[in-house]
Design a protein around this ligand. Structure first.
Ligand code: FAD
Length: 279
């Protein structure tokens, strides 16, 4: 890590906005977060390539900050030729970091494509482009929702790391021990690369509950109960959420986490409040 970066090794994730107002806001958020000298920014990619053009545009826009910017890239529903083109375009644009994912089949999509799992995508990127890209992959401390078992999921994760990933970023979670347990299991299978916890700030209970159901992240009962009790008092939700998530981050760092990756949802206030509590 260079001395010019934030000492905690933080990174921030954005999604491609679909309105002009959203794009203007993201530029402000980008500048506010860039001031904290993150290791990198990343930009999500719609399932089946649905946001491909917007992801590229936002990667360019976010990259103007001078911070390394990693596009997410998913393989499900794509043919190798399309992925090859996209990798070539990214190389031409000076991109040297990627977040490689399988993705989820959007309803109505006809074909799975040529690569079925993220480990195959990582192999493909290495075969096509050698060591050009630093590749991050996804980790699931509370298990991927479709995994047949926790142990199988960790084995699949290890296979993906062994295919040539440089680091992993986890799905978010609110129980520090879920992360430590996952890291121990992965290390026992020989995974040596950094596994960076993904951090979801709490600002909106309804959205958080919907997200968490979909991705299989557990909101502990005591957090749910407290957030429910706040109803639509968003100030109290954010104050409580900041305290809970700051404490989680501190425990993770104290326990050896190699950094923190924030799911910003294109907001700067909540992640900054958390980062400042730690610094
Ligand atoms: P995989 O690692 O391929 O795993 C998927 C499932 O298959 C797991 O259950 C695993 O156990 C199993 N599996 C893996 N390999 C094998 C194998 N070889 N044989 C049999 N089973 C196997 N989604 C998006 O659409 N766009 C994004 O930008 C995006 N960004 C994300 C960023 C992060 C940090 C995370 C944690 C998730 C992100 N997602 C994104 C969500 C992700 O696409 C979904 O969770 C998807 O269901 C799984 O993708 P994966 O790369 O983890 O898949």
């Amino acid at each position: 890590m260079g001395t010019h970066q934030h000492p905690l090794g933080i990174s921030f994730e954005f999604f491609p906005p679909n309105t002009d107002a959203g794009r203007d806001k993201l530029r402000r958020v980008r500048d506010e977060l860039a001031a904290r000298k993150p290791r990198f920014f990343s930009v999500t990619y719609g399932a089946g390539g649905s946001t491909q053009a917007r992801t590229r545009e936002v990667v360019r826009e976010v990259g103007l900050s001078g911070i390394t910017t990693a596009p997410h890239l998913s393989c499900i529903g794509s043919e190798k030729a399309q992925l090859r083109d996209l990798l070539a375009q990214y190389r031409e644009e000076g991109i040297d970091s990627l977040v490689a994912l399988r993705g989820d089949m959007p309803s109505g999509m006809a074909s799975i494509g040529e690569l079925r799992y993220a480990n195959e995508l990582v192999e493909f990127i290495r075969d096509e482009t050698g060591d050009h890209f630093e590749i991050a992959v996804a980790a699931y401390p509370e298990s991927h929702p479709q995994a047949p078992s926790f142990d199988k999921d960790v084995e699949n994760f290890a296979r993906k790391m062994n295919a040539g990933a440089n680091l992993a970023i986890s799905q978010y979670f609110f129980t520090a021990d879920a992360y430590f347990n996952f890291v121990d299991k992965a290390r026992a299978l020989g995974v040596e690369q950094p596994i960076v916890p993904g951090i979801m700030p709490i600002t909106n209970y309804t959205k958080l509950a919907r997200f968490s159901d979909a991705c299989g992240a557990e909101i502990p009962r005591w957090i749910r109960k407290q957030l429910e009790a706040y109803g639509d008092d968003s100030e109290s939700i954010e104050a409580f959420g900041t305290e809970v998530v700051s404490r989680l981050c501190q425990r993770l760092l104290d326990g050896g986490a190699p950094g923190l990756h924030f799911y910003t949802l294109n907001q700067s206030r909540a992640p900054l409040r958390i980062v400042d509590n730690l610094a």
